[in-house]
Design a protein around this ligand. Structure first.
Ligand SMILES: *Cc1c(COP(=O)(O)O)cnc(C)c1O
Length: 397
């Protein structure tokens, strides 16, 4: 996997750490530090407010959107960056529902991330028109689709198990029944090959701080398919989504294109770090990243299963049915993960009993996987986790 030596050199990773948590927060791209300093000094510092024009701050959300679009198979001009993923879920869902005014069911699954479901609940309450959020098991989604469904809202790769939905097949089935789709790519973008245009997805959303390595709190993105771009009505009708923000028109008129999914002032400093991260993504082909991930994940699963019989695989065994993280059930998972972190292997824990490990070929190779397996085996088999201080849960797990 020497093909990724170049990308690996672009990241700062602390000495002695094997980082298997790039699925939650990607590591620091080395160039981001300098890039942010430059934006602060040369742009914010020297240009002051003229930076919106001179440094191109205003156009940046769409420019970065297109760079992300390349990684997820989106048509140019159909991805916009801004806000947080939860906000983008709300926006996409609201717009999709409005395009299916005669239907009242939002279909999702129990593998969806809670915030997506919470945002749907909040939107339903606000709309007050008798909408229903119907949540079924991930493997029951296809049979739960019906002509009642207005919107199928799914996270493509399950945040706990890494089970991956068949985006193309479910989108086709949903559309055949007259429903629209909202795909959350939080665990897909930069993790697996995504082909939004090929799948005919209607809306998609995602974050940039996980696999894309944009930094803590980096802005989210939203995709609106070309056929809906001029019709999708923005529920969060902020001034920067207006057709002419600087007309200061007292009435809202949406921009004719994806710009209507903008809300307010973009996070310029956060976007500077994200741009540095995307420079690394420009060096690779998503097909190669996904293939390398499958190879490393398979080696990881085989290694852990051979060395730690107490851990039970929670992810699909077939590499083509899962995303780029691998999860195991272990009753003492929380404490075991604390012990792993103390031993230099950083992953995370997801209630009730999941130890989750992100596999990210941009900066991990076979040696890392092999060493991680040895450490995890020592933690589990020698009960290194069995200490009172590892049993107390921190605020963030
Ligand atoms: C990480 C994640 C989120 C987090 O949303 P934020 O608004 O960025 O905090 C939402 N949905 C899914 C599916 C996620 O994996």
């Amino acid at each position: 996997m020497s093909g990724f030596a170049d990308t690996r050199a672009r990241f700062h990773l602390p000495e002695g750490v094997i980082y298997l948590d790039g699925n939650s927060l990607g590591p620091l791209p080395r160039a981001a530090t300098e890039r942010m300093a430059r934006v602060m000094q040369d742009e914010w510092g020297e240009m002051l407010i003229t930076g919106w024009n001179k440094a191109g701050w205003m156009a940046q959300p769409g420019r970065i959107g297109d760079r992300i679009g390349r990684l997820i198979g989106a048509e140019p001009g159909h991805v916009m960056v801004g806000d947080t993923l939860s906000v983008k879920v709300y926006q996409a869902l609201a717009a999709a529902l409005e395009l299916r005014p005669d239907r009242r069911v939002i279909l999702s699954d129990s593998g969806n991330f809670p915030s997506d479901l919470y945002m749907a609940e909040g939107l339903i309450r606000t709309l007050g028109q008798g909408y229903e959020l119907r949540v079924v098991a991930p493997e029951k989604v296809a049979e739960a689709l019906s002509e009642e469904v207005a919107v199928l809202m799914l996270t493509e790769v399950d945040y706990r198990t890494a089970r991956q939905h068949d985006m193309a097949a479910l989108t086709a089935q949903a559309q055949e029944l007259g429903a629209l789709t909202v795909w959350d790519l939080a665990h897909s973008a930069g993790a697996v090959e995504v082909d939004l245009a090929g799948a005919g997805a209607d809306f998609a959303v995602g974050c940039t701080y996980k696999y894309l390595n944009g930094g803590p709190g980096a802005p989210a993105f939203i995709y609106v398919a070309p056929e809906h771009a001029a019709k999708a009505s923005p529920a969060l009708s902020g001034w920067l989504g207006h057709e002419a923000p600087f007309d200061f028109d007292p009435t809202y008129r949406p921009a004719p294109d994806i710009a209507r999914m903008r809300v307010g002032t973009p996070p310029v400093l956060g976007m500077a770090a994200l741009e540095a991260a995307l420079d690394v993504w420009d060096m690779v082909d998503m097909r190669e990243v996904a293939a390398a991930s499958r190879k490393l994940s398979t080696a990881f699963i085989e290694g852990v299963e051979a060395a730690c019989p107490a851990l039970r695989l929670a992810s699909p065994r077939r590499a083509t049915e899962r995303g780029s993280h691998v999860s195991f059930h272990f009753a003492h998972g929380y404490a075991a993960m604390q012990a792993c972190i103390a031993e230099g292997v950083i992953g995370d824990f997801r209630a009730p009993d999941i130890m989750r490990f992100g596999i990210t070929p941009l900066y991990l190779d076979e040696d890392d996987i092999e060493r991680a397996v040895e450490i995890i085996a020592r933690v589990v088999n020698d009960r290194l986790w069995d200490r009172p201080d590892y049993a107390t849960r921190a605020a963030v797990t």
